[in-house]
Design a binder for this molecule. Structure first.
Ligand code: PRT
Ligand code: ZN
Length: 295
């Protein structure tokens, strides 16, 4: 087979991962069009983007049709167990946790049902689209239960008396409460991850390294804030301690007893922290987003 010269990235065509994946790549400096095409060439780098269903992404990477993919851990781990069950070893590595599309795969039961511990599930029938992950979880916890494999609308199964419980993705919990269900156990926590084929990239290694460096910069910038404020000189040490994860601040004099402080905080800066800063004497506090960061 002819070797590809351009790095190929698989992302979801339509759905919850699509916009965040496009944003991540765009913020990493990739210029490409997003329309109805299956494949879109990046104009300014030797990279092509393939738009596909999320369920196909692990296989595309494993089969080396794409070098990189962005996919939910839930889909990835389910696919990995499926492949193992069929005697195949997964040939991809997780290279980056992106922090977006966070959710959990949870077991839920009707709200009125008493649930003290997992043994309440013994002998139950549980509907899910994640039979491998659920089965692994039940086996690990030694819970004999039946699994009903459904491809969608899992949350209606208890109401239709098809199952006693479900195992589905939960983010806000709204779908569960609308269907009179409550989450009782977490099978896995999930977020979108970047995976890479475990085969050597050859000539594409350099462009891959550049891309991952940029993605690291974008994700680090997202977690960080640039903070500026005025503070009494004598309170400086106390005040900077209030900002965990802050780099050494840049301090400039402002009159005799005040300073201007600039710093990058890598922790989420919340209102409570800002209020503590103010109580310790800081004033004119500005918190700014960071566009890019090269570390
Ligand atoms: O067409 P394609 O196969 O590509 O897309 P899809 O329909 O299979 O997936 P999509 O776009 O719905 O989800 C893609 C990925 O987003 C999932 O694999 C997860 O990694 C992630 N994600 C994050 C979620 C959710 N949050 C989520 N809440 N995927 C689905 N849900 C569903 C869940 O199944 C349930 O029906 O949303 C409902 C629950 O949401 P809440 O907010 O009511 O709790
Ligand atoms: Zn899907």
């Amino acid at each position: 087979m002819k070797t590809r010269k351009r790095l190929r990235i698989a992302i979801q065509k339509k759905g919850r991962l699509n916009q965040d994946s496009i944003d991540l790549l765009t913020r990493s400096g990739l210029k490409f069009r997003y329309d109805t095409a299956l494949i879109s060439p990046v104009e300014n780098l030797p990279i092509d983007i393939l738009f596909v269903r999320d369920d196909d992404i692990p296989t595309l990477v494993m089969d080396n049709i794409c070098d990189i993919g962005i996919v939910g851990e839930n889909v990835l781990l389910e696919q990995q167990l499926y492949q193992q069950d069929n005697g195949n070893n997964s040939q991809f590595d997780i290279v980056k946790y992106t922090g977006f599309s966070a959710c959990r795969l949870a077991i839920a039961v009707p709200q009125e049902q008493n649930f003290d511990n997992l043994s309440a599930l013994v002998g139950c029938r549980i509907a899910t689209s994640y039979p491998y992950l659920l089965s692994q979880y039940l086996e690990k916890n030694r819970i004999p239960a039946e699994i009903l494999n459904l491809s969608g609308s899992v949350e209606v199964a208890p109401r239709l008396q098809m199952a006693n419980a479900i195992c589905d993705l939960v983010s806000t919990g709204r779908t569960l409460s609308e269907n009179n269900l409550k989450a009782v156990e977490t099978v896995i926590n999930s977020q979108a991850v970047i995976i890479k084929s475990s085969q050597a990239l050859g000539d594409k290694q350099e462009i891959y390294d550049l891309l991952i460096r940029r993605i690291n910069g974008v994700l680090a910038a997202k977690e960080s804030k640039y903070i500026l404020f005025h503070a009494p000189k004598k309170m400086l040490a106390t005040i900077t301690k209030l900002l965990p994860g802050s780099e050494t601040p840049t301090v400039m004099p402002l009159g005799d007893d005040k300073v201007v402080v600039h710093l990058v905080s890598r922790e989420g800066t919340f209102w409570v922290t800002l209020e503590k800063l103010k109580a310790a004497g800081a004033s004119s506090i500005l918190v700014l987003p960071i566009e890019k960061m090269l570390i």
